[in-house]
Ligand binder design. Structure first.
Ligand code: SAM
Length: 326
């Protein structure tokens, strides 16, 4: 369980938005049935946040040091104040640096109730500091597979306005990832978490299409189009030549072997990733922006239980993105 807690918390401490500011106030809530996960999370957040290695010396020195090496000081300088329980959301405004929820939608029985989820998202946005990070972890193994893309789409385009300042609020969507500990230990490919950050600088992609992900899912890669593309290009592929052509290309890389790790950007429904894992034993992280694409990849990976493949929902457009998603 501690591995899950560490993984969730790592997604906060390594987040590109938090490199400059320290993390001081954190809200955690976990399904009460998972008391151990809650304890682990609280412990890890407190333990990792309390390290303080001597930057007070900076106050008294002038033209003195040849070099200053700070390791994780920005992240861990302050002891975090941790509140437990989403009831705290009702009373806080622009307060938390991070909110980590684990299986709360499941516990509250609202996984498939968009209205209730939106009420929670609104409270989270009100309570987070500007650019504060939200991690929403849910084990969706017992739900229909399309629950994952449905939640992804909801978090991606959710917009509201603040009751306090009247400004528009929404999330910047960073990633949806599988919990590695669940994938490797329990062969559960549908235990996932989303990493979002509060955004006030909302730039709408188009009047009706809120983000590029929204654009892809509603235009080029609608559910019907994805099926049509697969019918045209051949099973598991959304690109000309399908499996045979992809295999020819893979064979040109003379270096593919089991210990290699590969990043498949624009993995689509995952045919290429599954092929390189199966044929060469390569470990692949497949990323895609389109939720409609990823749902097929997730479903087939859950069916095959091949641990050499992981998936994440992410937008690739910068180097920062690549290092964070890996
Ligand atoms: C032509 S399909 C290829 C899919 C797969 N590689 C295959 O060969 O079957 C291109 C994929 O790239 C994804 N994509 C486009 N722009 C992206 C971006 N900036 N970040 C992540 N994925 C992106 C699309 O959603 C789509 O699934």
């Amino acid at each position: 369980m501690a591995a899950v807690a560490r993984e969730l918390w790592n997604s906060v401490t390594t987040h590109p938005k938090k490199l400059i500011a320290g993390i001081e106030r954190v809200l955690i809530d976990v399904d009460p049935k998972q008391e151990k996960l809650k304890q682990d999370l609280v412990e890890i957040v407190e333990e990792r946040a309390k390290v303080d290695v001597g930057i007070s010396h900076l106050d008294s020195q002038h033209d003195y040091y040849d070099a200053i090496v700070l390791s994780n000081i920005l992240n861990y300088k302050n002891r975090a104040k941790v509140d437990v329980g989403i009831s705290h959301l009702d009373t806080q405004h622009d307060y938390y640096d991070a909110i980590v929820l684990s299986n709360i939608l499941n516990y509250k029985n609202i996984v498939e109730n968009n209205e209730k989820i939106c009420e929670l998202l609104k409270k989270m946005l009100e309570s987070l500091q500007p650019e504060g990070i939200a991690v929403i972890h849910e084990n969706l193994e017992k739900f229909p597979i399309n629950t994952i893309p449905n939640l992804t789409k909801l978090f991606d385009v959710f917009l509201t306005s603040s009751e306090h300042t009247n400004e528009a609020l929404g999330f910047e969507f960073y990633t949806m990832k599988q919990v590695e500990a669940s994938l490797y230990v329990g062969s559960n490919f549908l235990d996932v978490y989303w990493v979002l950050s509060k955004s006030r600088d909302l730039q709408l992609y188009d009047q009706k299409l809120v983000t590029f992900r929204d654009f892809l899912d509603k235009t080029q890669y609608t559910e019907d189009n994805v099926k049509a593309y697969e019918w045209i290009f051949g099973e598991n592929f959304i690109s000309p030549g399908g499996a045979p052509e992809n295999l020819k290309i893979l064979k040109k890389f003379k270096t593919l072997r089991p210990e290699i790790r590969m990043l498949d950007i624009g993995v689509g429904i995952g045919g290429g990733a599954r092929q390189v894992a199966r044929e060469f034993g390569v470990h692949v992280l497949g990323c895609d922006l389109s939720s409609n694409m990823l749902v097929h990849a997730l479903e087939r990976n859950q069916r095959d239980k091949d641990h050499r493949q992981r998936l994440c929902s992410a937008y690739f457009g910068s180097e920062e993105a690549v290092s964070y998603y890996l």
